[in-house]
Design a protein around this ligand. Structure first.
Ligand SMILES: CC(=O)SCCNC(=O)CCNC(=O)[C@H](O)C(C)(C)COP(=O)(O)OP(=O)(O)OC[C@H]1O[C@@H](n2cnc3c(N)ncnc32)[C@H](O)[C@@H]1OP(=O)(O)O
Ligand SMILES: O=C([O-])CC(=O)C(=O)O
Length: 385
């Protein structure tokens, strides 16, 4: 069993009952519920609790979770001061990774589980709420702090998505747009053992602080081969500039063996079911805005047609990152914030996996295939030439 598989493709690294993918049929389910059903009927808060606890919550459990989340949105003055000390051009994902780690120095829970099953369940729930409630606050606060303004205080009368838009813009959130964002959060909340979730499992398996565990996930999500692709997609669409230039751009990229951002997935050989929903949400947005939207969607549609024609035969189709940025751009969100929005949603899945890992924990310690030399003679520096 010492065969090396690059990228661990197809190698099971854990057992999990959190989510399921059928990459041939384009199926994704969280805890057995189809993603399409959750997108239509659930909310981010309910989905987060479903992921954490395994079942759809009772009305009372959801009410309590929602109340806790709202009550814990604020962050301490010290956290705000630390954020002010960061360079204004810091990438939001770097800010988020650092500040989530800092949360662990200011709020309880960094000590890790005690080793008592019942106490640990309460502990895991408590620290999960602490992280889930405050990550959107950090992201929205950063938008103001990096631009030299005072951040906007969170409100307790709004949902996670509504409050995020409120904190970002200082304007009363449009309920229709906030519901679109809410669905985006549901769609990004979980996706089996992807790179960032694997990082979370590895860090969690050492019994590290959950704040550090989530910071590992944020670091890993930030790369353009993973969550960072949503920012890269919008940059690519802006570079293309108009739908009629899409074909030539795609041809040139493929010829130079460069990536088409937002395309391809280790698990799917068909169009990602979340990309299907995000595209549909964009159409809803266009309808709602009576056609008054920017040019990015039409360019994205032209890129999808051209890239699918050329890469489809290899099983390379749009992934979740392809249409999300187009939607966020329509919400007036800065492109370098897109991956942070992904992170505030994915934190629900990361925490669910952290909890599951603690229940079946064994430290991750794989092996390697050594390709170096052995028994080399040490040559004193004077004799090395
Ligand atoms: C939330 C997420 O993480 S979703 C993924 C977000 N990432 C991106 O959108 C970045 C662009 N996509 C990619 O880089 C890749 O598709 C990944 C990283 C997502 C998956 O990588 P892998 O499973 O290792 O796929 P791999 O690189 O082996 O690709 C298989 C073939 O499809 C091609 N291919 C895959 N994705 C792309 C792409 N985006 N553009 C052009 N060609 C691609 C590869 O060149 C390769 O072709 P070959 O067999 O002729 O050499
Ligand atoms: O599953 C993956 O490899 C990438 C990921 O996190 C997602 O698509 O949401």
């Amino acid at each position: 069993m010492n065969e090396y598989v690059p990228g661990l493709e197809g190698v099971p690294a854990t057992k999990s009952n959190i989510s399921f993918i059928d990459g041939e049929k384009g199926i994704l389910a969280y805890r057995g519920y189809a993603i399409e059903t959750l997108a239509e009927r659930s909310t981010f808060e309910e989905t987060a609790l479903l992921l954490l606890d395994g079942n759809l919550p009772t009305r009372a459990a959801l009410k309590e979770f929602d109340r806790d989340m709202r009550a814990r949105r604020r962050v301490k003055f010290r956290i705000r001061e630390l954020m002010r000390a960061l360079p204004p051009n810091a990438h939001p994902m770097d800010m988020l990774q650092s500040m989530v780690n800092c949360l662990g120095m200011y709020y309880p829970g960094a000590e890790g589980p005690a080793g008592d099953a019942a106490a640990d369940l309460a502990y895991v729930h408590d620290v999960s709420v602490s992280i889930l409630a405050r990550m959107p606050t950090l992201v929205a606060m950063w938008e103001h702090i990096r631009n030299g303004y005072d951040p906007i205080e969170p409100r307790t009368d709004l949902t996670t998505a509504e409050n995020f838009l409120w904190m970002l813009t200082g304007e009363e959130p449009d309920r229709y747009i906030a519901r679109i964002l809410d669905i985006c959060l549901i769609l990004h909340a979980e996706h089996t053992i992807n790179a960032s979730t694997f990082a979370v499992l590895v860090a969690g398996s050492t019994l590290a602080s959950p704040y550090s565990v989530i910071a590992s996930g944020i670091a890993t999500l930030s790369g353009p081969l993973h969550g960072g692709a949503n920012q890269a997609v919008v940059k690519m669409l802006e570079e293309i500039g108009s739908p009629d230039k899409a074909e030539a751009y795609i041809d040139a990229q493929i010829k130079q063996k460069k990536k088409i951002w937002g395309f391809g997935h280790r698990e799917y050989n068909v169009k990602d079911p979340r990309a299907v929903i995000l595209e549909h949400l964009m159409r809803k947005m266009i309808e709602y805005r009576e056609g008054r939207v920017g040019p990015l969607f039409e360019i994205a549609q032209a890129v999808e047609r051209a890239a699918t024609e050329r890469l489809g035969p290899k099983g390379v189709y749009p992934n979740v990152d392809f249409y999300s940025g187009v939607l966020y751009r329509e919400m007036g969100i800065a492109p370098d914030q897109f991956t942070s929005i992904f992170a505030i949603a994915r934190a629900a899945g990361w925490l669910a996996h952290w909890k599951e890992q603690l229940g079946q924990n064994r430290i991750f310690r794989p092996t390697q295939v050594y390709t170096g030399e052995l028994n080399r003679q040490y040559i004193p520096i004077e004799q090395r030439g």
